[in-house]
Design a protein around this ligand. Structure first.
Ligand code: MV4
Length: 511
């Protein structure tokens, strides 16, 4: 009898940089696969290059000329003898030309087919798939609206307030809330030109506007043999300008029955689209627990570690196995959710100054450790964060037996975390995690905007006690004092420590 032996990859090209390139290299190494990095001129000394088995330069800093060049990346994959390519997230991850170029070069793309990517990339095409799969959606148009006259007719059918959305959309670009008919023509023009600018496609469609929904997404895994499972949900409502800030799993509003309903809807959608590999179905959930399909992200997502934490699965290794032709090693009933996980996206940015990016040299960096803590970080002490890319430094993920423990561990870890030399959003997280509303899980997609406007002008509370090296304390003072996000809890310091010894170091920043 013929035995079919799966051919696992020997060498994978990682078409990305930073923390996600590091994450993928780790999965490769655990599977005995060689990891090949690509890097731009400013990334020569980066962590993702250091941790790879081989690294190839692909051009100057601007991503157009390096991380977005399919030609250069495929050329490296060929020269290095890679049999597969992982795109990570961002950059080329959702560009259907990449899987096509991989196929031409005889390299396996670790992700869905170009066709599935395109079926779901157009929001209106995805709405057709959702209808076919019986997945609930916000009432609205299934197709692009031809002209402004037609927009008026459809608008009056849907009712106000409504939302104009770009067919090619994503990230809130080309999206406009229209409160009343008198605003429609203006919004039509501005949304259309914004969409044309951002995506080269100015077509719009329309949906009824939900005022303060939650953003909840379902992680999917589908193999090449038609098996598809869901790995529970992630709550991603804490966002600013369509950038997620905190993500968690499970959501505090999703009960088992709703999870199963949403999960099965997402699986139907993936099947209808002929989807393979890892993907995410995004939904809005209203106050009454009704859910509405938004779109599918055809990639591994930034926030995948919270799902990994509550499922004990390694999503990147599973992606690689699926791409190599292996069947899913688990069935739906084998997916067991345990505990609660929460992630902070740590950025080089200044929350006190419009969240402007804060690239520059990291003079020192101390990462938290201890029970329940995971760091996915793409930088090190001494590294200069380039100003050319998304300024994410890494992700801090905490797991706990329940939400309360996850929050306590994350809060504790944030207090251990120190980055000196550049501005970060760590202080913002220290404050957010202590907010009583956040603690109750009473959040929605516009919650962070409200929180930030209330935090405006709040006095900076300085750390009462600080236990760190004396030099770090001086730098600390120079970098974090005066920030309204610098809040730290009063440290519980024993009398022995306070009074006992002449050689004790008192790092408490003072003014
Ligand atoms: C919506 C909505 C309310 N009603 N659709 C924003 C990004 C895009 N993927 C869809 N988005 C929204 N669509 C209807 N019919 C509110 C949002 C929205 C949002 C969604 C998810 C996460 C954060 C958000 C922030 C503002 C608005």
């Amino acid at each position: 009898m013929l035995e079919f032996v799966e051919a696992m990859f020997r060498k994978i090209l990682i078409a990305n940089r930073g923390e996600i390139a590091v994450r993928i290299a780790r999965a490769c190494h655990e599977m005995g696969i060689a990891a090949v990095a690509v890097y731009s001129e400013v990334d020569r000394g980066s962590l993702h290059v250091q941790l790879a088995d081989q690294a190839y330069p692909i051009g100057p800093a601007p991503s157009r000329e390096s991380y977005l060049s399919i030609e250069k990346i495929i050329d490296v994959a060929r020269r290095a003898g890679c049999d597969a390519l992982h795109p990570g997230y961002g950059f080329l991850a959702e560009n259907a030309d990449l899987p096509r170029a991989c196929a031409e070069a005889g390299i396996t793309f670790i992700g869905p087919s170009a066709e599935a990517m395109e079926r779901l990339g157009s929001k209106t095409a995805a709405r057709h798939v959702a209808i076919q799969a019986g997945v609930p959606m916000v009432p609205g148009t299934l197709d692009p609206i031809e002209d402004p006259a037609r927009a008026h007719v459809v608008a009056n059918e849907i009712g106000f307030p409504l939302l104009l959305k770009a067919v090619a959309g994503g990230g809130g670009k080309g999206m406009r809330v229209v409160e009343r008919e008198a605003e429609l023509d203006d919004s039509w023009r501005t949304a259309g030109s914004e969409a044309l600018n951002a995506f080269g496609d100015g077509r719009l469609y329309m949906e009824r506007y939900l005022p303060s929904p939650r953003h909840i997404e379902i992680q999917l895994l589908a193999d090449n043999e038609g098996h598809c499972i869901y790995l529970g949900e992630r709550e991603c409502s804490v966002q600013r300008r369509h950038q997620k800030v905190i993500e968690e799993a499970p959501s505090s509003v999703v009960e088992p029955a709703l999870r199963q309903e949403m999960g099965e809807a997402a699986v139907r959608l993936a099947r209808a689209a002929g989807y393979q590999n890892a993907g995410t179905a995004e939904f809005l959930v209203d106050e009454d627990g009704r859910f509405y399909f938004l779109e599918v992200n055809t990639r591994l997502q930034v926030e995948h570690p919270v799902t990994e934490a509550v499922t004990s699965l390694d999503l990147v290794k599973l992606q690689i196995r699926i791409a190599a032709g292996e069947p899913l090693p688990i069935r739906q009933e084998d997916v067991i959710l345990r505990g609660h996980a929460m992630e902070c996206r740590v950025y080089a940015e200044d929350p006190d100054n419009h969240f402007f990016p804060s690239p520059g040299k990291i003079l020192s960096m101390r990462l938290p450790e201890g029970p329940g803590i995971r760091n996915d970080v793409g930088v090190t002490s001494g590294w200069t964060v380039p100003g050319d890319y998304d300024p994410i430094l890494g992700k801090l993920i905490a797991w706990g037996a329940d939400r309360e423990e996850a929050v306590a561990r994350l809060t504790r870890a944030l207090d251990e975390y120190s980055v000196v030399g550049i501005k970060t959003n760590l202080g913002l997280f220290r404050r957010l995690l202590r907010d009583p509303e956040f603690a109750r899980g009473a959040i929605h997609t516009r919650w962070l905007d409200g929180w930030l406007s209330r935090a405006e002008g709040a006095p900076a509370t300085l750390p009462e006690e600080e236990t760190a090296a004396a030099l770090a304390a001086v730098l600390w003072e120079a970098t974090t004092n005066g920030s309204k996000y610098a809040t730290r809890p009063p440290a519980r310091v024993s009398r022995w420590k306070r009074e006992g010894r002449a050689d004790q170091v008192d790092n408490q920043p003072r003014r």
